[in-house]
Ligand binder design. Structure first.
Ligand code: PLP
Length: 449
């Protein structure tokens, strides 16, 4: 069937027009930077492409390389650049605040911090209104788990297999993919069966998967737990949407066992899914929400938001963070919220994301190699398999397609435990034309394999 519908004679797709060209770049070449990177930067740093891109400038949904070549950014700095690269309002907020005061500390007052905390609270449901600012998603999740342990007096935490929650000791323990774990002592963490509709044993029956949460509590704990932590859509794990009905059922079970429910919104928050928060897609009300990435459009910022009652456990505790809640970062955060509103980015993520998903599903009908298309809004995944029945991961093909798409001018990410899922998480100002270009570039590449 795939053979019949291939159109290998098509011309390569052309990038949509864009009214900006960067000034000539005069810095060191990509080769020079790569040599320095190899000598002076940790070898743990990865890049996906055969020859890594020297990115010198970004404007909205586009990146420019050292030769002034423009690329459509379909990865958004790993789901981080939500308003678009170099958004003028975000830049202005950062510059203004930097001129006034670059750094404050929790010992003093500063309105850039409280204004943002107030605005953030207005975006959260229920009584979720007390924020603690951090520098990253890892720190936010570490703190959330600590708060849950202090509040409940329990140590056990349940997270999902295939999840990613960070790279410090507690969050690395909660993370459940071997490729992201290094000699970690997994204190009190239990990993529940992943409610993955594509690869999971119960298909799309969320309630059946939730039974495993009860089993863990019955047979792996004293009957009480501190918390359940979960992404609404797993990002690093390969854009895995949790089976419908899973979170409400799991939350019920956890609450009955005295635990708090933590929503890790580091990737799925800030309008990315076409909803403001990913957890809204499953209709649940978490006790603690953690966030980072999109919150500052790329500026290092994270947050834990919870209820006043739960936040009380931190009263007069010497828990402190030098840079978390830096006024420059919170000024950026406030500007991000305003841009999302002003430019209707949440609505755009929904409309453009739906169009993009429809077009990707049409590609799935055309190419056997595409096993699954999933996700919501502008958080989409395309899983490549060499055998649809066996779901054999097509890892080499994934890298090849990414490289070829880069040559055509579009950058996407990859992930999933087997490294065979395209992750499409562009800036939320992505247009329908951009979406069409991305799919045409994928189609053109797949047609030549
Ligand atoms: N939680 C999720 C869902 C993430 O995707 C990530 C990072 O990718 C983290 C937490 C950790 O965030 P950070 O890299 O800012 O520490």
């Amino acid at each position: 069937a795939a053979e019949r519908t291939k159109d290998v004679s098509a011309e390569p797709p052309v990038l949509p027009a864009f009214d900006y060209a960067p000034p000539a770049y005069t810095g060191p070449s990509g080769d020079e930077i790569l040599a320095k990177r190899k000598e002076y930067l940790s070898p743990s740093i990865l890049h996906f492409y055969k020859s890594p891109l020297n990115v010198v400038e970004g404007r909205r949904q586009y990146l420019f390389d050292e030769n002034g070549r423009r690329y459509l950014d379909g990865f958004g700095g790993i789901a981080t650049v939500c308003c678009g690269h170099g958004h003028p309002d975000v830049v202005a907020a950062i510059v203004e605040q930097t001129k006034r005061l670059q750094h404050s500390t929790v010992l003093y007052l500063n309105h850039a911090v409280t204004d943002f905390a107030e605005a953030l609270a207005s975006k959260l449901p229920g009584n979720l209104k007390v924020a603690f600012f951090t520098n990253s998603g890892t720190e936010a999740n570490e703190l959330a788990m600590m708060i849950a342990r202090l509040y409940t007096g329990c140590h056990d935490i349940i997270s999902l297999r295939n999840s990613y929650h960070g790279n410090a000791s507690g969050t690395m323990g909660a993370t459940a993919q071997s490729i992201w774990k290094f000699n970690v002592v997994q204190s009190g963490v239990h990993h529940a069966v992943n409610p993955d509709p594509y690869r999971g044993v119960f298909g799309s029956d969320g309630k059946k998967y939730a039974r495993d949460v009860q089993e863990i509590i019955n047979f792996g704990t004293s009957g009480n737990v501190a918390a359940f932590i979960s992404e609404a859509i797993q990002g690093v794990g390969g854009i895995v949407e949790l089976a419908p009905g899973y979170l409400p059922a799991a939350y019920d079970i956890v609450k009955k066992a005295g635990g708090l429910c933590i929503a890790d919104e580091v990737q799925s928050g800030f309008a990315r899914t076409g909803h403001f928060w990913g957890f809204e897609t499953q209709g649940v009300q978490p006790d603690i929400v953690t966030m980072a990435k999109g919150i500052g459009n790329g500026i290092p910022l994270g947050a834990v938001v919870t209820t006043p009652e739960i936040a009380k456990v931190l009263t007069h505790r010497s828990y402190f963070n030098t840079f978390g809640g830096n006024p420059v970062c919170t000024a950026a955060g406030l500007a991000v919220l305003k841009v999302i509103e002003k430019e209707k980015l949440q609505e755009n993520a929904f409309v453009v994301g739906s169009h993009l998903k429809d077009r990707l599903n049409a590609l799935k009908d055309k190419y056997e190699l595409i096993g699954d298309v999933r996700g919501k809004g502008l958080m989409l995944g395309v899983e490549l398999v060499t055998d649809r029945e066996l779901k054999t991961p097509a890892k080499d093909e994934t890298l090849h397609v990414m490289d070829q798409m880069k040559e055509l001018g579009v950058l996407i990410g990859k992930g999933g435990y087997y490294g065979n899922v395209f992750r499409i998480t562009p800036p939320l100002c992505f247009t329908k034309e951009d979406a069409d270009f991305l799919v045409d570039a994928m189609d053109y590449t797949l047609s030549r394999m």
